[in-house]
Design a protein around this ligand. Sequence first.
Ligand code: FAD
Ligand code: NAG
Ligand code: NAG
Ligand code: NAG
Ligand code: NAG
Ligand code: NAG
Ligand code: NAG
Length: 581
Amino acid sequence: MARVLSTGALLALLNFATPGLGAAHVSNCRYIPGDKGWPSQSDWAKLNRTVGGRLIATVPQAHVCHAGGPGVNQAACDALKDPLVFEKTAPAYVNKPAEIINAYWQNRSCDPFSKTSRPCVLGNYPVYSINVSGAHDAIAGLDFARRQNIRLSIQNTGHDYNGRSAGFGSLSLWMHNLQGIEVIPRYRSRAYSGPAVKLGAGVHAGVALQYLGQRGYRLVTGECGTVGVAGGYSMGGGHGPLNGAYGMASDNVLEWEVVTGDGRHIVATPEKNSDIYWAMSGGGGGSYGVALSMTARIYRDGPVLGPVLTFTAPDVGNETYWGAVDAFLKRLPGMLRGTSSSIQFSFWNNQFGALFVMPDERNSSAADAKLAPLLRDLDAIGIPYDLTVSQSETFLDYYSSWYGPLPFGYEPPSTTLNSRLVPVRVAQDDQARRQLIDAMRLTTQTGEFTVGCSAADVGSVRHPDNAVLPAWRKSVAICNVNAFWNWTAPLEQNLEVKRRMVDVYSPAWDAATPGSGVYLNEIDPWYRSDFKVNMFGSNYRRLLSIKHKYDPYHLFYGHNLVGSDDFSIDGAGRLCYSSGR
Ligand SMILES: Cc1cc2nc3c(=O)[nH]c(=O)nc-3n(C[C@H](O)[C@H](O)[C@H](O)COP(=O)(O)OP(=O)(O)OC[C@H]3O[C@@H](n4cnc5c(N)ncnc54)[C@H](O)[C@@H]3O)c2cc1C
Ligand SMILES: *[C@@H]1O[C@H](CO)[C@@H](O)[C@H](O)[C@H]1NC(C)=O
Ligand SMILES: *[C@@H]1O[C@H](CO)[C@@H](O)[C@H](O)[C@H]1NC(C)=O
Ligand SMILES: *[C@@H]1O[C@H](CO)[C@@H](O)[C@H](O)[C@H]1NC(C)=O
Ligand SMILES: *[C@@H]1O[C@H](CO)[C@@H](O)[C@H](O)[C@H]1NC(C)=O
Ligand SMILES: *[C@@H]1O[C@H](CO)[C@@H](O)[C@H](O)[C@H]1NC(C)=O
Ligand SMILES: *[C@@H]1O[C@H](CO)[C@@H](O)[C@H](O)[C@H]1NC(C)=O
């Protein structure tokens, strides 16, 4: 274990390793450490008393890997370097205040892979976090940030690909410890009667699925157990293996319990405070308020059929192989339309795999029936394939076997990734589909990138009116192109990969899917196209006016979120507000 350090020693190590910040300030910029206006030690102590001693000065986990401070602890450092055993490292990152798991935003400030001689600096890490235990703590943090003119951030699990869960010089509201889970067997509202769950803002997907599964229920979550449910995921749309049955995660929200930017603690439903309910259900996390809990529909668990289809080619650029991918895409809308099935599929330049989810099916002949037209196509094309059908008694069993071990499972901690929604119309039209196949071939040709897609018909599922990007309802799948981040390679090498993605591959996908969109939670920070059009579509103006109503002091900011272009970052890293730009 690391030696016990005084807070003062750590602050000296962490804050002042960033040289020469200067004291200049413009009044519309938030203060950063080193500015004259930055809160004094006694201001922080007073805040700490207001929140009952729950204020935490940031100490990145990997400080044990860096000299120049209190000392290196090699064993503790090595334990943090196990990126491929995320189950093991997850608690070290996703359950800790201020941690940023995305490598680009972590920015080598204090990571376990860079040289021991590099100093550990805060960079994009918040400077302090409040260990939020309820509305009072969130209100105190919002109030302090507003009065002291400092940047605010909200962190749940720290997964965000756009660094939105952290922020240079910020005070963070750390939501992780809101871990309540309460099943409401008979929830009743005008729109819905049936079982529901009230989830604290910090509950991880894998934890919720286990808790609910053991009680005979299931819930819409993503494919990674460490992602939160009531944070950025359900506020941004939320895709996963149950989308075909129950719609997007946002579609399942019945209530948000929220502290607004002006410090009011309210409940938002389709009937009460319906504008912020609408906005928070799909319009992006960290924009309209601080969620304390979310109440969502749950469903009786039951059997799941899981056909798995794979095919490969011996060589790269094989026309037979790409003909088979084309046939799959063409059949995709028909396999999904009006059904409760979803399909997760991923492919590379010569390997393809699709994992189906058929909820409430037990009889494997249902899988044969669904796949028959596609298999006929594959036979005609002449590609050998493999089909196996797994049968699970419950969704919990299914999820555990494919995405477990629960609660956290396995997931690479960082990737370079960009999404695109694939319209049904593109999958159905031979010429349009050919252009998409060309983009797929281009992306995967060198073997650096794979493509991973989540397919479901979320247009036919009944859902409340909400801010999920409308393009989603006309899509057959969301596809992510992704490459592994190499933590031990020079930063520039990773940035080259990112540049290829945003300058070459993503534009090809965008051109093949005109008028569609991207997923605000799965988008590269360097994405070149208009974020408003592509992430929010026709909802943008309404979302902006709701944001202005609930965030009158402009406390909520995140890269490429609603209203973010009213802010800029100055040369020293300060977040500056300038309305009406
Ligand atoms: C390994 C990995 C796997 C993923 N798998 C999927 C998937 O299968 N399906 C899918 O749809 N997405 C997936 N995502 C994307 C995921 O949905 C986003 O990263 C999402 O933003 C994570 O939300 P979080 O609350 O867990 O994390 P954070 O990064 O902590 O928060 C994300 C955003 O929400 C805000 N926020 C968090 N909590 C609150 C709160 N209580 N109140 C207000 N704002 C809040 C934050 O400020 C930030 O803007 C994955 C991401 C990763 C890295
Ligand atoms: C806040 O107060 C608690 C309890 O007194 C203390 O343990 C903690 O170190 C304080 N936080 C900071 C940042 O000083
Ligand atoms: C990473 O740090 C460098 C040097 O401090 C800075 O110029 C750059 O903007 C940072 N990048 C991000 C994504 O924060
Ligand atoms: C945060 O608060 C919880 C209680 O709500 C406590 O168990 C936990 O130790 C605190 N975490 C830190 C890092 O202070
Ligand atoms: C392409 O793949 C098919 C199917 O696996 C295989 O039969 C064929 O030989 C491959 N073509 C070449 C040129 O390798
Ligand atoms: C499975 O479905 C087929 C075709 O509908 C039917 O003939 C068969 O009896 C079913 N098997 C079971 C075990 O229900
Ligand atoms: C990561 O980059 C380093 C340095 O360029 C290289 O030696 C290593 O093989 C790379 N790792 C992977 C998995 O590609």
